[in-house]
Design a protein around this ligand. Structure first.
Ligand code: NI
Length: 177
């Protein structure tokens, strides 16, 4: 297990299309995921994609804290730490909603982004088994954010109103006022 260095916005690895993983059950993928988990927990993130640790492969990890889900308008459903390999997302209707996002590759900042509120996603886990889930609200948002990393997209590219992008400290103060 090792803490990995997190790439910050501007590093080319964050703009690449990540490669499909040929064998999700390969021990190298498990070792990568173990390091990603340690790195995400150390950085107190809620999700992390492999390109953020300089590995351009289609692997993401995330979890959803039930309290955060409830605060973000969800049903208070938490999601345990989940590994998605070669994930695919399908929106289940056209509805989108705005919400604040941050990213470990853009430390100290946040922005408001519209995401689909109801999706289905499919992926493989570390045993090579299929995962298929429906997700709403914050859960759906986190999965869309992480999977965007696999296509070289960081959340600022999805911000519609750039006045809703800035340093978390400043925005938090302004939003409280
Ligand atoms: Ni991110």
């Amino acid at each position: 297990m090792a803490l990995l260095k997190i790439a910050r916005m501007g590093h080319p690895v964050l703009g690449q299309i990540a490669e499909t993983v040929d064998d999700p059950a390969h021990p190298e993928i498990r070792a990568l995921v173990e390091d990603m988990i340690e790195t995400m927990q150390d950085a107190q993130g809620t999700g992390l994609a492999a390109p953020q640790v300089h590995v351009a492969k289609r692997v993401v990890i995330f979890f959803v804290d039930p309290g955060r889900d409830a605060r973000e308008g969800g049903r208070g459903e938490g999601v345990p730490l989940t590994v998605l390999i070669n994930p695919e997302i399908e929106p289940l209707d056209d509805e989108k909603a705005p919400g604040w996002e941050g990213c470990l590759s853009i430390p100290g900042m946040m922005g408001e982004v519209e995401r689909f509120t109801h999706i289905r996603y499919r992926a493989y886990d570390l045993n090579g088994e299929r995962i298929e889930r429906e997700a709403h609200g914050f859960h759906a948002r986190v999965v869309q954010h992480e999977c965007d990393h696999l296509d070289g997209i960081l959340y600022p590219r999805r911000i519609v109103d750039m006045s809703r992008f800035g340093f978390t400290e400043e925005l938090a103060r302004a939003l409280r006022a």
